[in-house]
Structure formats: structure tokens, C-alpha cells
Design a protein around this ligand. Structure first.
Ligand code: SF4
Length: 341
């Protein structure tokens, strides 16, 4: 069956499932505060509920699922969920985005459970910077985790780096070299003003052109790769064949091709990273809604989707963060760590 499409013809293909809002790091651009309002435990969907909702989404076109958080490896026994999802033959891509802290111990089990690919978020190769950025002393564990991914037999591994001026923008070459050795494809992400990025400012954004110019200084001519996928990263090849990506989410948003939606751990479904309202799927699910009833809830929402959050934000941008701390306290669903980045 052809996937459902929205107002702009964008297919419903890619579902990001946040399996927990908890995290074991406190990255400055995501969770800068000391205190957070957490989702109540009894409202968190269990694995059977997540599997059931995935089936419903797959009937409407989803064939890619990414598990996110918070930190998804904090969800107890997450490999059991992966096993349930990996058993769905029509799911073409099953990936996870993790901060890597718990990867060294879990990578073999993730592979064995049927996970296809791993993306690790890593913003710095320097332990002192990692501590300053994340307020946790786990840098060595993350590096061990990345090594464990390759040892466990995963391929197609990615390292996602949020580039921030004056923080880690002097590490671009080092990160490319690290990715080459890992092996993993490094993707540089422009700093975004979503969710918990309450201290964001445009001055801290290092744009795609600047990233390319910096790398070209070191490596010479950089060749853009032409691709037809809807993946957010533009990919480039260095003269020695090394491929890296840039996700120009702030200066050149990719909303026009966006096939992503997001499910929070407590079953709210968001049509866009920037969306202020989500659709409650947990309620109908727990009240015994049939697959057809759930599809009838989801399909018209997608068909009427007009969200182009990052593009709108670019057009209307002031210098202030998108969402104030007060708003975040009142509704934790506005947090990036709740809706899975
Ligand atoms: S801002 Fe919204 S529409 Fe644009 S790429 Fe992100 S999730 Fe998709």
C-alpha cells in the first residue's frame, strides 16, 4: 500500500519513538536546567503497546523506526522491544539514537535482538569539554561504547555532533578523523533552537557553509554527493573518499521532504519537532480501540499536516530561544528530551 501523504505530498514513512524521557547526561543545549518534570510512570507505554502502535503506523506507510529518548538505553530491557519490532518483516530500517554511555555493555545484545543501525551523539573528543557540556563524567564510556558497536558487528554507524561556536567548532577535523577510525559517518548538526535549548542564540550557530569551508581548508576540494533519500543530512566526500554529513537544520531546513513524526513515551504523537500540540494515542489504545479506529485517528491528522516548523522558525527568527523555561515547566512535552530530538 502506498504510504499516506500530507498536504505537501510528504509520505508517512519515518516514526521516531521516544521510549523514555529520562537521560543520564545533562547536555547544555537539551537539558540545561537542574530540575525537570518527568512523565508519570503509569503513563509510559509498555512494549506491547508500542509494538501495536507501530503496526498501526506501518499499515499507513511507516517502514522506518528510530528509537530515541531521553536516552533509550535507560529503558529497562529495551532489547525486548527491539526484538518485537525487528520481527516485523515490513520494517526496512530499525535504528537507535543513543548518547553511548551504556553502549559498551548493551551493544552485543542490541545486535542480537535485531537492531539494524546505531547513531551515537558525541559533541566532543575532549573529556574536559564533555564534562562541561554534559555535566557528567562519562566520556570514556561513550568512546568505549562506539568501539563496542563496531565489535558487535554493526555497520552504517553514525556519529551526530551538534556544532556550537566557541564550544566545539575547533574539533571538526578531529571528529572526521575519529569517525574514519571508528568506523562511523560523522554528521555535523547545526545548533537548533528547539525544546530545551533555552540558551540558544544565532551567534552560536555554525552554518553549513562555514563547516564546509573549515574542512576544505584542511582536506581540499569537497564533493557533494547527490542522493534521492529524504534523510536530513547532506552528504559530502573528501578527496580520500571519507564521507561525512551536514544537517543544516537551522540555516537550510529540510522540511520540504520531511517524512518524520514523533511518538512520545506516553503516547502523544507529534507531526513536527516544533509542533506545540500532539495527538493522544495512549487513551484510545488503552480504551481498546481497534486497529481501524486508530488508523482513522492517525490518517486524517497526517493528511492535513502542514507543519514546516524549522522553515517557519527561520522566516520569523528573532534572537531569543523558541520556548521559555516557564513554558517547558508547564508542559514537559515541549522538551526535546521528551519528544526525541
Ligand atoms: S521542523 Fe518539522 S517539518 Fe521541518 S524537518 Fe523538522 S520535523 Fe520535519
Amino acid at each position: 500500500m502506498a504510504p499516506a501523504t500530507d498536504v505537501f505530498g510528504r509520505a508517512l514513512r519515518n516514526l521516531r519513538i521516544s521510549v523514555t524521557d529520562r537521560c543520564n547526561l545533562r547536555c547544555a543545549y537539551c537539558m540545561p536546567e537542574e530540575e525537570y518534570v518527568w512523565l508519570p510512570r503509569d503513563e509510559i507505554l509498555n512494549f506491547e503497546e508500542l509494538s501495536r502502535l507501530t503496526d498501526v503506523f506501518m499499515e499507513l506507510g511507516v517502514d522506518k523506526v528510530r528509537l530515541t529518548g531521553g536516552e533509550p538505553l535507560l529503558r529497562r530491557d529495551v532489547t525486548r522491544l527491539i526484538r518485537l519490532l525487528a520481527a516485523k518483516p515490513a520494517l526496512r530500517d530499525l535504528a537507535i539514537t543513543t548518547n553511548g554511555v551504556l553502549l559498551a555493555e548493551q551493544a552485543p545484545a542490541l545486535k542480537e535482538a535485531g537492531l539494524h543501525r546505531v547513531t551515537v551523539s558525541l559533541d566532543t573528543l575532549r573529556p574536559d569539554r564533555f564534562l562541561a557540556l554534559t555535566r557528567r563524567n562519562s566520556h570514556a564510556q561513550v568512546l568505549e561504547g562506539i568501539a563496542a558497536v563496531a565489535r558487535a558487528g554493526f555497520t552504517g554507524t553514525k556519529i551526530d555532533t551538534v556544532v556550537m561556536r566557541g564550544v566545539n567548532d575547533d574539533e571538526l577535523v578531529d571528529l572526521v578523523e575519529f569517525g574514519r577510525r571508528a568506523p562511523a559517518e560523522v554528521r555535523f548538526i547545526e545548533y537548533m533552537d528547539v525544546g530545551g535549548a533555552t540558551r540558544w542564540s544565532m551567534e552560536q550557530v555554525v552554518g553549513r557553509q562555514e563547516i564546509l569551508a573549515h574542512l576544505a581548508e584542511r582536506y581540499g576540494a569537497i564533493e557533494p554527493l547527490t542522493e534521492t533519500s529524504t534523510a536530513p543530512a547532506d552528504r559530502y566526500r573528501l578527496p580520500d573518499g571519507t564521507v561525512f554529513g551536514i544537517i543544516a537544520s537551522t540555516t537550510a531546513p529540510f522540511c520540504a521532504d520531511c517524512d518524520r513524526s514523533r511518538l512520545t513515551a506516553d503516547g502523544l504523537w507529534y507531526l513536527c519537532l516544533y509542533a506545540q500540540q500532539g495527538t493522544d494515542l495512549r487513551g484510545p489504545l488503552r480504551r481498546g480501540a481497534s486497529t481501524e479506529e486508530l488508523k482513522a485517528l492517525i490518517l486524517p491528522m497526517w493528511q492535513s499536516r502542514r507543519d514546516r516548523g524549522a522553515e517557519d522558525r527561520l522566516a520569523r527568527r528573532g534572537q531569543e530561544p523558541l520556548i521559555s523555561i516557564g513554558q517547558l515547566r508547564q508542559d514537559p512535552h515541549l522538551e526535546m528530551h521528551t519528544r526525541g530530538g
